[in-house]
Design a protein around this ligand. Structure first.
Ligand SMILES: Cc1ncc(COP(=O)(O)O)c(C=O)c1O
Length: 401
């Protein structure tokens, strides 16, 4: 993203403000899509990464299908043009209302998380006189070697059913009047930077599908989940095309269609957060702080996972770097974007760019301290437009007595 363009956006729209690059998102989608090289597949964009309507519509227009993690995301996917039979729905604690709506919509697959949920889906489907397409989410007990807060494929995690129970549960699903088992699903975590765990997880569901075939239960797809990581700090990560090729290599023998649910890799690198310096604090013998007008309300990742983001001033002033903490304005000590970071000199009102925030940035935003949600801007070639305007305080308070 060009500096002059970002400066213009910061001036026109104000800070804090998210900015995304449409071309980068289209390219990331095309890279994954091309790498399948004709093998039957569907790329279900994981809306949880960024469900702003314009971003979801953009990926829909690229040919993506949808992956929803709540009923709200199912409804967003429908509003953005996805057909129900293009949406997979995952969620470790689906409410009765979520199950009822998912069943009546006829989604491509409801990913089943437990024997109890299997029962509840069956009952709702029978009540609607339907057969719900279901996939079983298996937990293969594979270490994704990611941050513990975003690892989901170990038996100590709450997600899915142990893979050893899967055969029995598939038999059960196949015997139910309200259920049609169509797939197996695995998602072992997010921000996974090596292929090995993803490949092992894929192999485990392929082996399961083959065992099921031997029992006369023929699946239609294998949903390998999302999870491919991006480089936040410049260190090498697995190549997206190599990732797809590894999944296809694992699956080809089965002939089954591969579904994936990428989020971060599609939108993460395509977003920046523009924020402004509101204070610079330095006392001899103490830490130095650059205080900016965005905090954990706009971008949770550093506070939540101690996540690293590259941060630079939009315009570099002359002078040596010093070591500072770059912190937000929220009254929580965890509200820091970077600690002990070498940083060029900045002054109040300088614009700062926080990089790689297109995924799990705006989507995790919240309004603690009554801070209205920030605007989002989409750059597309020579044009840019506001895709979400800044929330007003009146809007934020409008639900209340
Ligand atoms: C079930 C499921 N699918 C897909 C994703 C997307 O993951 P990522 O953004 O790492 O590709 C997630 C996120 O953790 C998820 O929980």
């Amino acid at each position: 993203m060009r500096t002059a363009r970002l400066a213009e956006i910061a001036k026109t729209v104000g800070t804090p403000c998210y900015v995304y690059d449409a071309v980068q998102i289209r390219d990331a989608y095309a890279t994954l899509d091309r790498a399948f090289d004709g093998y039957p597949h569907a790329i279900h964009y994981a809306l949880k990464a960024n469900s702003s309507l314009a971003i979801v519509r953009l990926l829909q227009s690229c040919g993506a299908h949808g992956d929803a993690n709540s009923l709200g995301e199912v409804e967003v996917a429908l509003r953005c043009g996805f057909r129900p039979d293009q949406i997979v729905f995952t969620g470790v604690g689906k409410s009765a209302a979520e199950i009822d709506r998912a069943v009546s919509l006829g989604l491509l697959a409801i990913n089943v998380e437990s024997p109890g949920e299997l029962d509840r889906i069956d009952q709702r489907a029978i009540a609607h006189n339907l057969r719900a397409r279901v996939a079983l989410r298996v937990n293969p007990d594979i270490d994704a070697r990611s941050h513990p807060h975003i690892s989901t494929g170990l038996k100590s995690n709450k997600f899915g059913v142990p893979i050893g129970e899967a055969l029995g549960l598939f038999r059960e699903m196949a015997s139910r009047r309200g259920l049609l088992p169509v797939g197996a699903h695995v998602h072992i975590g997010s921000q996974i930077t090596t292929l090995d765990p993803l490949q092992k997880a894929a192999e485990s569901v392929v082996a399961l599908a083959q065992a099921l075939r031997g029992e006369g239960i023929a699946l239609q797809h294998l949903d390998m989940g999302g999870g491919l990581g991006i480089s936040y700090d410049g260190s090498p990560v697995a190549d997206p095309a190599a990732y797809v090729r590894a999944l296809v290599a694992a699956t080809r023998g089965s002939g089954l269609k591969v579904a994936i649910e990428p989020g971060r890799v599609l939108v993460g690198p395509a977003g920046v957060l523009l924020t402004k310096v509101v204070d610079v604090k330095h006392f001899d013998g103490a830490k130095s702080f650059v205080v900016v007008d965005a905090g954990m309300t706009e971008l949770m990742r550093p506070a939540l996972y101690n996540a690293y983001h590259r941060i630079d001033p939009l315009l570099r002033r002359p002078g040596a770097e010093t070591v500072v903490d770059i912190v937000g304005p929220i009254c929580e000590s965890t509200d820091a974007y970077a600690r002990d970071r070498a940083f060029p000199p900045v002054e109040v009102d300088d614009v700062i760019v926080v990089r790689d925030v297109g995924a799990y940035g705006a989507a995790m935003g919240h309004t603690y301290l009554r801070r209205p949600l920030p605007p989002e801007v989409l750059i597309d070639g020579d044009q840019w437009r506001v895709i979400r305007r800044r929330q007003t305080l009146d809007e934020l308070l409008s639900l209340e007595e």
